[in-house]
Design a protein around this ligand. Structure first.
Ligand code: PLP
Length: 397
């Protein structure tokens, strides 16, 4: 090999890429893991039995390449046709496929649109090369757009994570109603905020490009926007079996929408993008929905209980329609809370970004896990209060 540095063999766009950082999956005994929004409940006994029953000599065979039985079951569930549905290796797979199917690569430019401080005279981005999304929302979108060499248009949510006034933004060219692809996390992550169908419909109506409504957490919300995928030819709704249906391990997600968009994505996916055990498990899940509905109610009840407790303990808690809470400590920095909780074997999520570094994101675990969290928070507060009393000038952070 003549090349001196293998680095030169890597495309510049990949060399410069800042990869997606998944939440940690540490193997610490007794760890209470509240950092990646996994479901504290196991899959239903019938789902586990179906997976076990499928684990035999058939593993040597390829799975159904189009996930046909699963798509048909999903079509019955959502009252549409199988050609309205594509299944992926988790919804992440489909978010990537959508970027590749609907967005032209360009030279990759990045434009941050700031809703409060409108920037005038910005050079317009080419709409057909633009991936547009709100900030903060699911941090994978910007990575997918960067990998593809698309233009990124980040649009800031308001202080309380609501949509900004898009009429105003559009007038100042800070919103692109012709963007090839717009991702909307709804309910929002990492804030947990829910949006009304009316608000979402207004966005879908405004856009001439594709809109993906990423409903990863919608089973914990008051309403969903699935019918927008049926009514608008440019709207895709993204769902996953990971969060609400306890199947992170098996990687199954799906999009619902217009058959033309679905077919475009179907053309470019890997032939066997959905593993066989995942298909079996997802099918069995759809036959046991009552089990899961009970779990949703339990998680929502625990969420509301934790929100109340954290408020009492001096945190500002954002209203949540998801299986996690975003909480801002009023005493001590969020990073310090992360460390102190970690010492007590409780892992929560902290994002070291300008907009998010004052917050902790806490996944709703089981009742006993949440009890342990509340006890730990009380204990940490007590030691800090004591430190404050003994040494008043001592900064707590
Ligand atoms: C977890 C998550 C996903 C990805 O889910 P998978 O189906 O496991 O790939 C997509 N969008 C959001 C907002 C998520 O939080």
């Amino acid at each position: 090999m003549k090349t001196s540095s293998p680095n030169r063999l890597v495309r510049p766009i990949v060399r410069k890429l800042r990869a997606y950082i998944p939440g940690e999956q540490p193997r610490i005994k007794g760890l209470i893991k509240l950092n990646t929004n996994e479901n504290p409940h196991p899959p239903s006994p019938r789902v586990l039995a179906a997976i076990k029953a499928a684990t035999d000599g058939r593993l040597r065979l390829y799975p159904n390449p189009t996930a046909q039985p699963l798509r048909e079951a999903l079509a019955r569930f959502h009252r549409c046709n199988a050609d309205n549905i594509i299944v992926g290796n988790g919804s992440d797979d489909l978010l990537a496929l959508a970027t590749r199917a609907f967005v032209e690569p360009s030279g990759a430019r990045h434009l941050k649109s700031v809703s409060r401080r409108l920037e005038f005279g910005q050079s317009p981005l080419d709409s057909k090369c633009t991936v547009q999304f709100f900030e903060p929302s699911y941090s994978l979108y910007s990575v997918l757009a960067s990998i593809h060499g698309a233009n990124l248009r980040e649009v800031r949510l308001t202080e309380d994570f609501d949509f900004p006034d898009l009429d105003v933004l559009q007038k100042h060219r800070a919103w692109d109603s012709r963007a090839a692809l717009t991702f909307v996390t709804t309910p929002n992550a990492p804030s947990g905020r829910g949006y009304s169908k009316r608000q979402l419909e207004a966005i879908c109506h405004r856009q001439s490009g594709v809109v993906v409504l990423d409903e990863a957490y919608v089973d914990f919300a008051a309403e969903n926007a699935m019918d927008l995928a049926m009514r608008f030819p440019n709207v895709l709704v993204s769902r996953t079996f990971s969060k609400a249906y306890s199947l992170c391990f098996l990687r199954v997600g799906y999009f619902v929408g217009n058959p033309v968009l679905i077919r475009a994505m179907d053309k470019i996916r890997d032939s066997y993008n959905v593993n066989g055990l995942g298909q079996v498990a997802a099918l069995a899940t759809l036959e046991d929905l009552d089990y899961y509905r009970k779990n949703f109610h339990a998680i929502i009840a625990t969420r509301e209980r934790l929100a109340g407790e954290l408020e009492k303990l001096g945190f500002a808690v954002s209203p949540s329609q998801t299986n996690f809470l975003l909480a801002r400590p009023r005493v001590g920095t969020a990073e310090r809370w992360l460390e102190r909780l970690r010492e007590q074997k409780i892992l929560v999520r902290w994002f070291n970004t300008p907009k998010m570094r004052d917050y902790l994101r806490v996944t709703i675990g089981s009742d006993s896990e949440i009890d342990a969290l509340i006890r730990a928070v009380k204990g940490i507060r007590k030691t800090w209060k004591r430190a404050e009393r003994d040494e008043p000038k001592n900064e707590i952070c």
